[in-house]
Each structure stands twice: as C-alpha cells, then as structure tokens.
Design a protein around this ligand. Sequence first.
Ligand code: HEM
Length: 501
Amino acid sequence: MIYNNDSNDNELVISSVQQPSMDPFFIFGLLLLALFLSVSFLLYLSRRAYASLPNPPPGKLGFPVVGESLEFLSTRRKGVPEKFVFDRMAKYCRDVFKTSILGATTAVMCGTAGNKFLFSNEKKHVTGWWPKSVELIFPTSLEKSSNEESIMMKQFLPNFLKPEPLQKYIPVMDIITQRHFNTSWEGRNVVKVFPTAAEFTTLLACRVFLSVEDPIEVAKISEPFEILAAGFLSIPINLPGTKLNKAVKAADQIRDAIVQILKRRRVEIAENKANGMQDIASMLLTTPTNAGFYMTEAHISEKILGMIVGGRDTASTVITFIIKYLAENPEIYNKVYEEQMEVVKSKKPGELLNWEDVQKMKYSWCVACEAMRLAPPVQGGFKVAINDFVYSGFNIRKGWKLYWSAIATHMNPEYFPEPEKFNPSRFEGKGPVPYSFVPFGGGPRMCPGKEYSRLETLVFMHHLVTRYNWEKVYPTEKITVDPMPFPVNGLPIRLIPHKHQ
Ligand code: HEM
C-alpha cells in the first residue's frame, strides 16, 4: 500500500495500484461467514436462556442454527405438516413443547387451550411477531404492525372491511368475477387453477382497494408478486441473488406502482373527479388518523401492499382447494350446484348478486370452511411473550417465540372425527368447538380480511359452479406446503361447461 502525498491539494491518497483487488466472491463469503457467526451467537444466547430457566416446556432444540427447521420444512414439503406437531405432542406433551424453527427458539402451544391462550392474551402475555424475512420486506410497517401500526389500521379497516360497508361491494365483486371468467375461463378446455385464481384475487383487490381495473396498471402490481411471495418466509439473508433480496425489490416495485395511483387519486379528489370515500386508498388519503396526522402516500402504499399480500395467495389457495375437493366429491359438487342454481332462479336475467343472495349460500360456505380446515392457507403463526408466565405448569420467559398451529387442531380427531375426510356438514348446526377451527387466527389480531374473503370466495363459487363442472388433469396430484398448501402442478383441470349456459 502506498501513501501518496503528491497531489495538488495535499490530500492523503491511498493508492490502490499495488493493492491486490478483493475478489467479490471472497467478500461475499466473508459477509456470509459474519452473518452465520452472528446468527449462531444469537441462537446460542436464546438457547442458553432456555437452558437457564427451570422447568421449561419439554422438547428438543435440534441442531445448532438450523434447529428442527429441516424436519419442520420437510413434513410440509411432503404435504403432512401436522406430523411435525403430532409426533412431538405424543413424545413430549399434548399441551406445549419447545423446538427451534426458522431461526427462532419457540414454544409450540397445541390444542384448543393453546389457541385460546394465545388469542386471548394479546398485550397481556403475548403480542404478534413476524419472522425476520417479513420485517425486511415491510421495513416500516409490519414490524410495528404488531403494535402501533396495527392499532392505527384498526381505525380504518372496520369502516371498510366489516360486513356492512362491504355489502355495497358485492355487485362490484360480481362484475369483476364475471369479467374474470369471460377472459380467463371461457373457451378453454384446461385451466391451471392456482395461477388463474391468483390473477382473480389480485384483480379484485386492485378494483376494490384502489379502484383500478386497467390491465396495465394491474400487471404492475401483480407481476412482481410471485417473486415477493417466494421470499416472504425465506431464510433471512438479504444479499444480492437471494430469494429475500428479490422479494424486497419486488415489494419496492409494487409500492412505487401504488404511490403513482395515489398521487393521481389525490389530484382527482381535489378536482372533484373522485370520491374521498370510494375505496380504502381514498379514505386513507382524506381521513386523518386518530393521532391527528394524514398518512403519506408512501405509508398508504405500504398498508395497501400489506392488504394485497394478506389476501392474494390466501384466498387463491382457498379457491384452489375448493375446486380440488369438489372434483373429488361429485355428490358435494351437486349440492353446491343446486344451492347456487336456487340463487340464479331467484334473480332477473342480468341482475347482479347482492347481500341477500350471498346469505343464501350457506352450504357453499361450509364447503369453503372444510377446504380451509384441510388446507389452511396460513398454517399457524408466531407470537412473542411480553412477560414471564407459566403455561400448563411450564415456565415461559419474556422474549420467547410462541407458535400456534392451525393444523394441530384442524387435523385432530378429538375435534374433527375422521379428520382426513372432506365433510362440509361438520360446519352445519353448532359447528366445530370453539378455538378448534382457526384459519383466520383469533382474538384482537384475527384477520381483518375474513368477511372480504368470504364474499369473494362465495361470488367466485357462484360463477364457477353455475358455468362448469370439471375433472382434475392429474387425479393424484401431490400437495406440498411452501409456505401455503399447493398442488405441485398448480391444479390443472379439464372444464365441462353446463349445457344451460
Ligand atoms: C382466506 C383468506 C385469508 C386467510 C386464511 C387469512 C388468514 C390470516 C391469519 C391466520 C392472520 C393472522 C391472525 C393472527 O395472528 O391471529 C391474518 C392476518 C392478517 N390478514 Fe388475513 N387472511 C385472509 C385474507 C385476508 C384479506 C383478504 C386481507 C385484506 C383485505 C387480509 C389482511 C390481513 C392483515 C392486514 C393481517 C394482519 C392483522 C394484524 O396484524 O393485526 N387477510 N390473516
């Protein structure tokens, strides 16, 4: 290295002439090593915290760093995610066991009692927690969503996502759904269900949340989405080329597209060309928060992105599994068909669906619930302990991650006899016991999009079954879970249009 003092301005210059240049792969390797060591150190500290506590929940933390993640992920890949939980419940304890998954030393709470505890102790003993990858994709919001952001959005979301305000969107949902069937189903012999359903849920979200229908604008939001979804629950390494890094960039692209729409809307509202309450985007632009400030366009775009992420693949998964199970159970398909044809018969030709029509679709909703029981789009969720407490006789320490598992109750014969069987009548009458059916979570943090999803699913089912019957292209197509349940080929089906069309 040469220190060069000859420059005119007498600055000390470090000449790089004789310095061997650092190989980028070497730097990348060093970064990875540093990351590995820091993660290992943090995990070591969290394991030590477990070891130092008397009477923690029973269980194994598995290998250093990876913990039991490999088994957790491999049971999902094989389509039997419940095995991970049930094996440990049988081996250690039916109520709670400890493990280490996705980089977090975690107590898994099982059964209806575990769900009840986690859902009804928000802010008292626990609060929401998201894995690192999610925090990196939503740097300004979801990290806080557990706290202030979630409270702030609770001011707005009920005005929009509760059953009453949503009623007026049913005719809009109907128009968008018909358009989707006309463009993406009509005239086709085979349709690949999952990507087609994702196209539908994105189009509907763009229309209902943002009043956007233009295919070019919708594409700017929907195209980067797959990349975002792939990195959503990935290994938290944000370096060029990783799934997470691509997801972070894809999220930025979508946010930018939403900001452009918001800027235009602001002008339209000022010029009285748009209504300040026409959709959630306009409402967020024109209404101050309870804390007395107006949200910026960047902040609103973040919120809308969160809603689209929350609702896109979840609802597409539900639609996909409804279609799969109806193909496998023709007698159940017939009952749904009859129910939906009753609705058709009660309408004038061309009359759009409304709230009363959706209330008549009771059996169809049982079918959707049964699909969510067997294939819950969100398989479970993390919380974090905010103080020390005792659960089921075991000590839980502040800062520990806690996991509730939807499949642990959904697939438990104690709550759902013959759990493998697709049987929508379980949801008739009194329905399942409290806290056993939890596809939307529960308590104060329960999914705010539940009613919106119910309406979009039922409107979709109405047009689907009144237009088509279908059969699976691959009768034994395998199911994997990554992070949501997914037929490995995307569920291609052969359409059989009804003659009455
Ligand atoms: C079938 C479709 C859906 C399923 C199965 C689902 C499931 C869930 C679950 C399990 C949670 C976590 C609840 C908890 O921690 O207790 C959640 C949270 C959330 N969902 Fe959904 N969701 C769906 C659709 C939607 C839709 C359509 C939206 C937006 C309109 C949405 C927005 C959100 C948001 C913003 C949160 C975070 C709430 C908070 O942190 O307070 N979801 N969802």
